[in-house]
Write a protein that binds this ligand. Structure first.
Ligand code: HMG
Ligand code: MG
Length: 304
């Protein structure tokens, strides 16, 4: 039954990260033709944004070493799909293929900047500066992620002002949208509200923000609810709850797209996604990965 909650947004954009955040963390290498089919099925299910892969160093993330081949196979259907690029080399690889949307990914903490990007906190911005500037000059849209926004496995609690400062620097470089990552899934609802408000107080409105939750402690949907109440209308999610980060201790699956769709549908919030088609896709992918989806909704509705 649909029971709207007054004051929530009427429509939300689901930014699907299963093919990137999900598959980057799988021990098994997924064949490129399976990835192509995964992306095509997600698009066919009505997901408006499907992040496809990463142009990172292939020895850092071997799971996505086939990025160029995947995007070539997707052809014209791939040019508007966002891809991760950490630096100018990654951007060059994306530009060679005519891609139109990239995402840089920074860290709110010193330790994770070093572990994930081999750069200090400050050096990461020096790496992003020419990357974002050249992307913008080429007419390419740039999203920026900030990781460890709610806690870091090495540094513990991360102050709100440290996250806001990192986010502001990425926006000042020219990123259009900022995705706030709960990389290890430790956020709780009040913390989400406080962070969105802190960005608002620093002049960054909720419509420039996306929220990126991992579901390690089962809080992702509750955190989405807090984000909706704070006016955020873009949520990252991963089909079947695939995901994690190979360079973050204790990062587990992302918020499952199906769980998010169930919540939004119940609240009467428009999302444009065919739930049955995503469940079927995740069930099919679970077969390739050799383990069932952790998503409660996939378990309830799926056949595997
Ligand atoms: P580095 O070793 O410092 O690289 O790695 P470098 O700049 O010193 O270059 C060394 C060599 O690598 C050079 O080659 C470069 O050309 C090459 P050489 O001259 O020696 O022959 N190289 C590249 N090759 C291909 N593609 C590239 C590239 N860059 C350099 N893009 C680097 C620095 C950033 C490259 C490395 O640390 C890296 O690739 N890190 C990626 C880690 C990653 O992908 N993590 C997962 C994504 S983040 C995430 O999951 C969090 C998120 O979901 C949000 C959340 O949950 O919080 C987004
Ligand atoms: Mg992530």
């Amino acid at each position: 039954m649909v029971v709207p909650e007054p004051g929530l947004p009427t429509a939300v954009t689901i930014y699907e990260v299963g093919a990137r955040d999900g598959l980057q963390n799988e021990a098994a290498l997924v064949p490129v033709e399976v990835k192509e089919q995964f992306v095509r099925r997600l698009l066919a299910a009505g997901l408006p944004v499907v992040e496809a892969t990463s142009f990172v160093h292939p020895t850092w993330v071997p799971q996505l070493a086939d990025a160029a081949e995947l995007m070539t196979r997707l052809g014209a259907d791939g040019v508007d799909l966002p891809v991760l690029v950490p630096n100018e080399r990654g951007l060059d690889r994306a530009l060679e293929l005519g891609l139109r949307h990239v995402a840089v990914f920074g860290s709110a903490t010193e330790t994770f900047a070093r572990k994930n990007l081999n750069r200090s906190f400050d050096e990461q911005f020096a790496m992003f500066e020419p990357t974002v500037a050249r992307a913008r000059a080429a007419g390419v849209d740039v999203r920026a992620y900030v990781s460890m926004c709610f806690g870091d496995p090495w540094e513990g609690a991360v102050p709100l002002e440290q996250v806001v400062a990192a986010g502001r620097r990425l926006l000042d470089l020219g990123a259009g949208q900022l995705s706030l990552g709960d990389t290890i899934g430790v956020a709780t609802a009040g913390h989400v509200t406080a962070l969105v408000e802190a960005f608002g107080a620093a002049g960054v409105p909720a419509d420039r923000l996306a929220l990126h939750f991992h579901d390690t402690y089962g809080q992702a949907l509750s955190n989405v609810q807090a984000g909706l109440r704070a006016g955020v209308t873009t949520y990252d999610a991963s089909a079947g709850g695939l995901g994690g980060c190979p360079y973050a201790k204790s990062a587990t699956g992302n918020l499952a797209t199906e769980d998010l769709v169930w919540l939004l549908t119940g609240l009467g919030i428009e999302h444009g996604v065919d739930l049955d088609a995503v469940v079927a896709t995740s069930t099919w992918m679970a077969g390739h990965l050799g383990r069932p989806s952790p998503s409660a909704v996939v378990r309830a509705l799926g056949t595997a």
